[in-house]
Design a protein around this ligand. Structure first.
Ligand SMILES: [Zn+2]
Length: 282
């Protein structure tokens, strides 16, 4: 499942081919993905200029010159395939993937951008740009972890009210938007906080230490996504997933990278695996 850095990477990859460009025609090849598409979606997209391509949590927001915003969610397996007609390999791969190309943007300059989603957990909707923060997918989200509203005071106050383990609290999208399982594991390792510690029991200092750690971990992942993006664009134009090297995530039984002598443990919390070092994280 793509997390915030993956979505941001896709947004940055789409920016040069979509922002300021005209969607000459949009093909909508089925009535729905996870939810039905909005009425007349193809007509509402065709001929429109993409004024800005933004991100809110794990949603990509394309502001159109019609005053509407296209909300794009990649779901579990959604990918954006960019075909700039400059390689025979692109055409071959585009033909193979065509089966799951549910929405295709034909840009006026000839670029073809396909939203490909084999598992169909993705979503698209259109809403008034002015009211996008009130959209039902967005209106309950907490602050952006990389934005100004997310700071030490805010987080400490929010965690004080939570009796859940810190791991679960940080996954709560009302507290902070867009943080997923992988990066929460990494953040807790970096701050030396046990995933099992009660959120309300964290001291102000330890709660505050989470804010820069969250920003660091996300920014590093976005940077590494950027470099993998450059590689991807050279090979097949596909935007979606990339592999990072994680300190704890998916490393059960391996030695802790702090050389503390312990191994990485795994525990299931709220149905999700938490990876942590029992010696370094308290
Ligand atoms: Zn350790």
């Amino acid at each position: 499942m793509p997390e915030l850095p993956e979505v941001e990477t896709v947004r940055r990859g789409l920016q040069p081919v979509m922002e300021g460009r005209i969607i000459a025609r949009a093909d909508v090849n089925r009535p729905d993905l996870r939810w039905p598409f909005p009425d007349n979606m193809a007509e509402r997209l065709s001929g429109r200029t993409v004024m800005a391509l933004r991100r809110r949590s794990k949603y990509i927001l394309a502001d159109l010159d019609s005053g509407e915003t296209l909300i794009i969610h990649l779901g579990m397996s959604g990918r954006m395939q960019i075909d700039q007609h400059n390689s025979a390999k692109f055409h071959q791969e585009a033909a193979i993937l065509k089966k799951h190309d549910h929405v295709v943007f034909h840009m006026q300059d000839g670029t073809r951008i396909a939203f490909n989603d084999a598992r169909r957990f993705g979503a698209m909707d259109l809403t008034d740009t002015a009211g996008v923060e009130n959209h039902w997918l967005i209106n309950k989200l907490g602050p952006e972890p990389l934005g100004n509203a997310f700071d030490e005071t805010y987080l400490f106050e929010a965690l004080k009210k939570k009796s859940a383990p810190i791991k679960t609290a940080l996954l709560d999208q009302h507290i902070v938007a867009g943080l997923g399982n992988i990066y929460v594991c990494e953040v807790l390792f970096r701050t030396g906080i046990s995933p099992k510690r009660k959120a309300s029991n964290l001291s102000a200092t330890r709660a505050a230490s989470l804010v820069p750690a969250i920003r660091e971990v996300l920014n590093e992942a976005i940077e590494s996504g950027g470099s993998s993006l450059r590689d991807h664009r050279q090979t097949n134009g596909e935007l979606g997933y990339f592999q990072h090297n994680f300190a704890v995530y998916d490393r059960e039984g391996q030695h802790c990278s702090n050389d503390c002598g312990s191994k990485i443990f795994r525990v299931v919390q709220s149905g999700r695996s938490s990876f942590y070092c029992p010696k370094c994280q308290r």
